[in-house]
Design a protein around this ligand. Structure first.
Ligand code: SAH
Length: 243
């Protein structure tokens, strides 16, 4: 039987039954037909996970009884993506793949040439969908750390942590090849910010903000990549350089 990985919003404690929410219960009991006595792995998105035995409370709500709880240490390399908000479904796909590749935090950035421009938009349904996508991607990739997803903000309102390495995927002529930047570090660790522009690229004032805030411009080759591809290439390169 395939092993199922299930997200729990509550703290996981050995021996303490956890009621799974109605949609997870429905998915397990009705769709996957996993039943009482079967085993699943619960994870809390903060590094705790436990092999659990399922029981079905009333045929509809599933309950999991956690075994010993394992606490996965947080990774030493924490990539944080500042992503110029692309249009439509591109952000959904980007989130899914970035979560698979172990992104630690995603800050969707309101850019002059991105989706909706600089207008602050509040869309609780969009943000709930982003969280659901990241959760599903953690389940699929067995990533025990759910990425933080920030509220979309213009670049200059994003609080940056220090110390941190800061890299921007750049189409400017002065951008260094990735090999050159990676060669400066034996192993990448700590907080690493990756900035990737929207479809329309960063505007000149956004480029200036990135320069003022010590983002190293990196070229990913002579072809113009879509924002989604550029983000995945840069994230994969950083993860590989982190060993
Ligand atoms: N509309 C622009 C392309 C923007 S691509 C044009 O036609 O020129 C979106 C983002 O992907 C860019 O802002 C940049 O951050 C990144 N990107 C795309 N291709 C890249 C490359 N070859 N090297 C580095 N970054 C790249």
């Amino acid at each position: 039987m395939a092993h199922f990985y299930v997200y729990a919003t509550n703290d996981i404690r050995e021996g303490q039954p956890l009621q799974l929410d109605p949609s997870t219960s429905h998915h397990l009991l009705r769709v996957l037909r996993v039943g009482a006595g079967d085993r699943v792995t619960l994870f809390d998105g903060r590094g705790a996970r436990s092999d659990c035995t399922l029981r079905s409370a009333d045929g509809r709500r599933a309950e999991a009884i956690p075994g010993p709880v394992e606490h996965v240490p947080p990774p030493t390399l924490r990539p944080r993506l500042l992503q110029g908000l692309p249009k439509g479904a591109a952000m959904d796909e980007l989130l899914r793949r970035a979560t698979e590749l172990g992104i630690w935090e995603i800050c969707p950035v309101l850019c002059r040439y991105g989706d909706g421009g600089l207008r602050p938009t509040k869309s609780p349904s969009r943000e709930a969908r982003w969280r659901a996508i990241a959760t599903a991607s953690c389940r699929q990739s067995r990533n025990p750390f759910l990425p933080a997803i920030c509220r979309p903000l213009p670049l200059e309102e994003i609080p940056l942590r220090s110390p941190s390495l800061r890299i921007v995927a750049s189409l400017e002529a002065n951008a260094s090849p990735w090999r050159e930047v990676a060669g400066r570090f034996s192993v990448l660790t700590g907080d690493v910010y990756l900035a990737v522009g929207p479809e329309g690229d960063f505007a000149p004032e956004e480029q200036r903000w990135l320069r003022r805030n010590d983002f190293l411009p990196v070229s990913l080759g002579p072809r113009i990549l879509t924002a989604e591809t550029a983000a995945m290439v840069l994230l994969a390169a950083v993860q590989l350089a982190g060993g």
